[in-house]
Write a protein that binds this ligand. Sequence first.
Ligand code: NDP
Length: 372
Amino acid sequence: MKDENSLNRRRFLGLTGKSIGAAAMFPLLNTKDLFGGIKSEKQLGIALVGLGGYAMGQLAPALKETEHCKLTALVTGTPSKAERYGKEYDIPESHIYNYENFDEIVDNPDVDIVYVVLPNSMHAEYTIRAANAGKHVICEKPMAVSVEESEQMIAACKANNVTLQIGYRLHFDPYNQAIVNHTKSGKNGLPKYVNAEFGFTIGNPNQWRLKKAMAGGGAMMDVGIYCIQAARYATQEEPVSVTAQEFKTDAVKFAEVDETITWQMEFPSGAVANCNTTYNFRTERLQVSYERNNFQAILSPAYIYGGLKGTLGGEPLDFGNPNQQALQMDAMAVAINNGTVTSASGEEGLQDMKIIEAIYKSIAMNSARVEL
Ligand code: NDP
């Protein structure tokens, strides 16, 4: 019989026979680290709220692979989706809700976690309603459209004695975590410089991502947040200031939200992050330069769901192609079963919202340096 730990580890790392050598060189993560060594007792039921691209393209399929949680309910405003996905995922009618009767989920013992995958401006309302229904919450990034809303969400979850976690899947991705662990090891001293960029060319000009009332902001809220995250986890520090610059090439398409923003963050150790986010071209990388031995960590692509590539001190990283969403939801379910939360907590999301507000403030002040 194969050793169960080794099987779990291979599954976590998405390892193939070919990649195990690289993983052995970088023994950075395993299920024991991720799940605190405690195996979860109960497979928790998850209700997905908002059956759009991410929920049905990534999360629902990932829930077929999870060990510690499973899909037990759907919440949608579109009757045809209720019918289609109800059948596809074997969800009984009694477990399918719409936005009006959503609060009845309080009476559903098969739902332990409500996972909010709605447009950004709806995150706060549905997180608070879920918390009031006594359900644990996972909310997609950005956790809300303001610091104020984020604080209300955290307070509602505390008041109802439920947990709040944010869909930061890269906290469970071995490539990004390899950099985190390298920083923590101190082997090459402190990180001195981070370059983080994430952007893509956005299509349909009528989508909610381009409407301020629905999205809260543009590229910054949507994908710039990954760069903020990366700079924070790569340095293991919190920024003390931001300075930001905004650029717009299409004033019509981006009338309501930001198109391209570059910004810099200073950290207490003196480390600097130089970041870019955009809806106008494809860019995706994370580079971290350390204090000693000319050591660099580089990931590109760095933030998408699969196919991440990179090097650590020139050595290729190869953890295969793990299912980030399955790892994330399993880790979050195990944390809940253990009465805790993962590093992707509500407070972690709030910190990003504070930085985003500071970035927008810097732009509004003609790229002034804003202290955090
Ligand atoms: P979509 O537009 O594809 O889906 C959003 C869904 O929300 C819709 O399909 C709809 O579902 C529901 N909805 C309810 N009211 C509205 C409304 N007024 N306008 C539009 N949709 C509405 O968005 P995504 O799935 O791409 O994004 C959803 C959230 O997930 C966002 O917060 C985004 O930032 C986050 N996300 C996170 C990713 C990650 O990697 N962590 C990746 C992609 C997105 P229904 O018809 O069922 O009611």
